[in-house]
Design a protein around this ligand. Structure first.
Ligand code: GRF
Length: 210
């Protein structure tokens, strides 16, 4: 059984969706860089080990990442899930977990990498928006996309209404992507290729909610 660690900084609604999904992998631990993160309570409620590693207590990114890395090794983790983890990771850490670390980003990547995605979608006047589960590489929000959730942008949408709709879809597509990794439907090969049901995955699997 695949052992999973989830890295969080905030509310942890995606963590909750993963807990509720009864994955065929096991979430063995949750790490937060913020002691007040509500995600920690969700994990504890589900009987999952939690560790707080406060980034403020480290002189630099590398020192913080080294402690996280060691914790993941101690848990013997196969898969690292970033779920609202609000820290940029060092290249060394990302490379160590390449092909074993996924993230969810609130946009239809490769569009709108980085922050404030909902506002930027509204500013541009796009008709479609969504979220993407992708492998994490050293380049920000640029790793291979696995699944996407697509929503329509409505005429009177605000950042809040759009964020809420995208968030709801995140809770569907993240557990689905993780389950596919756990049960081998998605495989990350040594040569960097990603397979879906044994075939090279060229486009993310899309889920639409209109
Ligand atoms: C989500 O919007 C996700 O796209 C982004 O961080 C947020 C996490 O929310 N990466 P939550 O803590 O899972 O509720």
């Amino acid at each position: 059984m695949i052992k999973i660690a989830v890295l969080v900084s905030g509310s942890g609604s995606n963590l909750q969706a993963l807990i509720d999904a009864n994955l065929s992998g096991k979430i063995v631990g949750v790490i937060s860089n913020k002691p007040e993160a509500y995600a920690l309570q969700r994990a504890q409620h589900a009987g999952i080990s939690t560790v707080i590693i406060e980034h403020k207590q480290f002189p630099n990114r590398e020192a913080f990442d080294a402690v996280m890395h060691q914790q993941l090794l101690d848990w013997d983790v196969d898969l690292v899930i970033l779920a609202g983890f609000m820290r940029i990771l060092s290249a060394g850490f990302v490379n160590a977990w390449q092909g074993k670390m996924v993230n969810i980003h609130p946009s239809l990547l490769p569009h709108y990498k980085g922050m404030h995605t909902h506002q930027r979608v509204l500013n541009t006047g796009d008709m479609l928006h969504g979220c993407t589960v992708h492998y994490v590489t050293a380049e920000l929000d640029a790793g291979q996309a696995l699944t996407q959730g697509v929503v329509q942008v409505h005429l009177h949408d605000t950042v809040d209404t759009l964020a809420e709709r995208v968030h709801t879809l995140e809770h569907l597509i993240y557990p689905q992507a993780v389950e596919w990794i756990c049960n081998g439907t998605i495989q990350h090969m040594e040569n960097g290729q990603v397979l879906y049901k044994g075939q090279v995955l060229k486009q993310p699997i899309q889920f639409c909610k209109f």
